[in-house]
Design a binder for this molecule. Structure first.
Ligand SMILES: NC(=O)c1ccc[n+]([C@@H]2O[C@H](COP(=O)([O-])OP(=O)(O)OC[C@H]3O[C@@H](n4cnc5c(N)ncnc54)[C@H](OP(=O)(O)O)[C@@H]3O)[C@@H](O)[C@H]2O)c1
Length: 351
């Protein structure tokens, strides 16, 4: 089969189309013909992980070390990137009873990656679920990472309807799902923080208010929130406290040991709390996400699609920092059928 292989660490050009061995499903696995996979923060990070120092890494040193050992110090040990996917079940192992050949599915592989390829195998009890009925393959593929992380975050937020939440980093991979779920599932009033080109995009996701971090520091607005979600850890607990209600929470999606100690300290007393959130991917969460999509509570906005052969261009486009929505890599299987009657992509390829 064809796969986009990360031949070495480096710029987007290290992604090369190669022939690799097609996986064979074990008894409890399904073989999926991949139709779409988005370019996530993790994909671009892992592609040049050799130059990511502990300082540049947004998580504690131990996470960086585990990442280095897992992904490889000098060359990629996981050469095929792509942690989210959508596609069609091609065949099933002997003991599989949840899925059948031809089922449209979407899912999340986390650090195992491997979705920049024509086929992949997933355990039937893994993070894989039927494709939402109201989404194309391209849309569905771009949801799992952000939505799973958003559920993890918002469960720690303890939000009640009508409470106020600020999402610092509302326009990337995780922020849009936090914005949408906070508003549509938890009934909160959302303020999103991002840079100028993505203000309208964040508004379109349901943020009541948007703040441009290049022009204004949300701390200076005088507004207070029940919850602040800091996606990249760009703020600090000390500063955020000024914008938190007396029992408010500051949730860090990216954090260092300093925030871990702040979490331990504040967990032992009343008042404002720092909370570090670690992703926990569960199959049942993806099923819940599918239901939320079908209930109209999560939408996916696609900026551009690129064919697998242009994965390097897709990475370049993301790294140029202009994307407004998701960038999706599509696989042109000859017999590919898109879900329902939706268009494959909002825009196609490179201008
Ligand atoms: N805790 C966990 O288990 C876990 C799991 C997965 C990922 N992560 C962490 O999550 C992060 C990636 O999140 P993502 O995929 O959403 O990233 P992303 O797609 O790169 O999005 C980053 C967001 O941050 C915004 N931003 C950039 N600079 C900012 C600043 N100075 N102030 C405020 N906002 C700023 C961006 O806005 P503009 O685009 O408009 O500039 C964008 O909205 C990584 O740090 C990763 O380590 C943690």
């Amino acid at each position: 089969m064809k796969a986009m292989v990360c031949t070495k660490y480096g710029p987007p050009e290290v992604l090369q189309l190669k022939e690799v061995k097609k996986p064979i499903p074990k008894n409890h696995e399904i073989l999926i013909k991949v139709h779409a996979t988005p370019v996530s923060f993790g994909d671009t990070l892992v592609r040049h992980f050799n130059v990511i120092s502990p300082r540049k890494f947004h998580m504690p040193f131990l996470f960086w070390l585990v990442g280095k050992i897992y992904f490889g110090f000098r060359k990629p040990k996981i050469p095929v990137l792509g942690s989210e996917f959508s596609g069609e079940v091609e065949s099933v192992g002997r003991d599989v009873d949840r899925f059948s050949k031809g089922d449209p599915v979407f899912g999340y592989r986390g650090p195992r990656m491997g979705a920049y390829a024509e086929y992949l195998c997933m355990p039937e009890n893994g993070v894989v679920a039927p494709n939402p009925a109201n989404m194309t393959y391209e849309e569905a593929a771009s949801v799992p990472y952000g939505a799973i992380m958003a559920l993890n975050v918002l469960r720690k937020a303890d939000l009640r309807p009508g409470q106020k939440i600020l999402v610092n980093g509302a326009s990337g991979g995780i922020g849009p799902a936090v914005v949408q779920l906070a508003r549509s599932h938890f009934g909160a009033i959302v303020t999103g923080v991002c840079s100028t080109p993505r203000l309208e995009y964040v508004k379109s996701l349901g943020a009541e208010k948007v703040i441009d971090y290049t022009r204004e520091d949300f701390i200076d607005s005088g507004e207070t929130y029940d919850c602040i979600v800091d996606i990249l850890g760009k703020s600090s607990f000390a500063r955020c406290q000024r914008s938190l209600q007396p029992n408010g929470r500051c949730l860090f999606v990216s954090f260092k040991m300093k925030q871990v100690f702040q979490m331990l300290r504040t967990s032992m007393s009343g008042g404002r709390k720092a909370v570090c959130v670690v992703s926990n991917e569960k199959a049942e969460d993806l099923t819940l996400i599918k239901d939320l999509i079908e209930a109209g509570k999560i939408k996916a906005i696609i900026d551009r699609c690129f064919p697998l052969e242009q994965a390097a261009e897709a990475h370049r486009y993301v790294e140029q920092g202009h994307k407004k929505g998701n960038i999706v890599i599509t696989l042109g299987h000859a017999d590919k059928a898109l879900s329902q009657d939706s268009q494959p992509c909002a825009k196609g390829g490179v201008d």
